[in-house]
Ligand binder design. Structure first.
Ligand SMILES: Cc1ncc(COP(=O)(O)O)c(C=O)c1O
Length: 375
């Protein structure tokens, strides 16, 4: 009998929510309005008016009263725009974040291992935890390259159900050699997910082989191409794999507006390609300028961002704070992975943004601006 005058006792979150979830922190989404936003690998360029008009017309013509259909038109457009082999199956996600969760949910029994190099994209580990799998990170070498012998040893020891390889890797920007990836594909006892989120900025893709690799799928997102606000990712691979993931996918995961806007934007894919090419072209000059600052090392990047280590008088945290006070937002790693000690990850911005970043860093690190007359 319940004698509590306030009525039947109510469950508390503390007593009900999984202990491991209570111990986690929510994914931090930054607030960076009114400044220079270089913290999330977004494309800094706007879409031209002609594309925006096409989007507006597509949205206007979309019935919001209906559930999304099977997306056949978008399937065809994505296949054509992104070179997906005809015999690969295709699955869409609400961002590639959702696809990562779907893959772990589909493949892993509780306690199964999800393996990835470390540091890499944090959602690989989070998806493993949320879905009762066990994340195993294989540290990169001291110079932030893939440690292939360590990866092969970890694969033999842990027999992972799923291996995630970000190619290029976030947050280091490096692109692992194809021969190393092939060695991992050959050794893997389960699925290898080749995450090509940053592929538009690199020279290599596994997409042409998406149907023929028996134990791999290739995942992409349009977020880094200039459409991060839309939330759209896709997964290509052998039909036997994709068909299983499709069973776990929430039936209407890609909404009608996203589908309509994607169809409209893909009619102008050349605009996205041209913007990506600009960012690629600006990468090396920015890397060289950053490397010329006192006490910095810039990791080679095949992505739309640079990982910079600050080993001078001011460490990364101090530099991060100083940039923040100037409303320039970059990504810091705090006390996270020791391999990222004193590192900041900086997106490649528009030329004026890159120039403002460099000017601020010169000021913060106490270096005279080249060309400025000495006082
Ligand atoms: C390697 C990697 N994969 C996937 C994603 C997620 O992309 P999306 O915006 O499609 O969820 C990111 C985002 O930063 C990433 O770095």
């Amino acid at each position: 009998m319940n004698n509590d005058p306030r009525g039947p006792s109510r469950a508390s979150a503390a007593a009900t929510v999984r202990r491991d979830i209570q111990a986690l922190a929510a994914y931090p989404v930054g607030h960076a309005e009114g400044g220079i936003k270089l913290d999330a690998m977004e494309n800094p360029y706007d879409l031209p008016d002609a594309v925006r008009d096409d989007i507006a017309a597509a949205v206007r013509a979309t019935a919001l009263s209906r559930y999304p259909g099977d997306g056949a038109a978008l399937h065809q457009a994505v296949r054509q725009a992104f070179g997906i082999p005809a015999d690969a199956a295709l699955l869409f996600g609400n961002g590639s974040d959702e696809l990562i969760h779907l893959i772990v949910q589909t493949c892993c029994e509780p306690g199964d291992v999800v393996l990835a190099p470390a540091p890499s994209f944090v959602i690989f580990e989070m998806a493993a935890r949320y879905n009762h799998a066990r994340p195993v990170g294989v540290p990169l070498t001291a110079d932030l390259e893939l440690d292939l012998p360590a990866m092969l040893a970890a694969i033999a020891a842990h027999r992972p159900k799923v291996i995630f390889l970000a190619l290029p890797n976030n947050p280091t920007g490096g692109l692992w050699p194809a021969a190393d990836v092939q060695a991992i594909l050959d050794a893997a006892p389960g699925l290898v997910v080749i995450d090509e989120a940053y592929q538009p900025f690199a020279d290599h893709t596994w997409m042409p082989r998406a149907a023929e690799l028996p134990n791999a799928v290739v995942m992409r997102t349009v977020s880094k191409l200039g459409l991060a606000g839309l939330r759209f990712g896709y997964l290509a691979g052998p039909p036997a794999w994709i068909g299983e993931f499709d069973k776990v996918r929430p039936p209407y995961n890609v909404d009608v507006l996203t589908q309509a806007v994607m169809l409209a934007v893909l009619r102008h894919k050349d605009v996205l390609d041209e913007q990506a090419a600009r960012l690629r072209a600006d990468r090396e000059p920015l890397a060289r300028a950053l490397a010329d600052l006192p006490g910095t090392t810039v990791h080679p990047s095949s992505a739309n961002f640079l990982l910079v280590r600050f080993s001078g008088e001011l460490g990364a945290d101090a530099v991060h704070q100083a940039l923040k006070s100037r409303k320039i937002w970059v990504r810091a790693f705090g006390d996270g992975d020791p391999l990222l000690k004193n590192c900041l990850r900086i997106s490649i911005g528009a030329p004026a943004e890159n120039a403002a970043l460099l000017a601020a860093l010169r000021e913060i690190l106490g270096q005279a601006t080249p060309g400025a007359s000495a006082a």
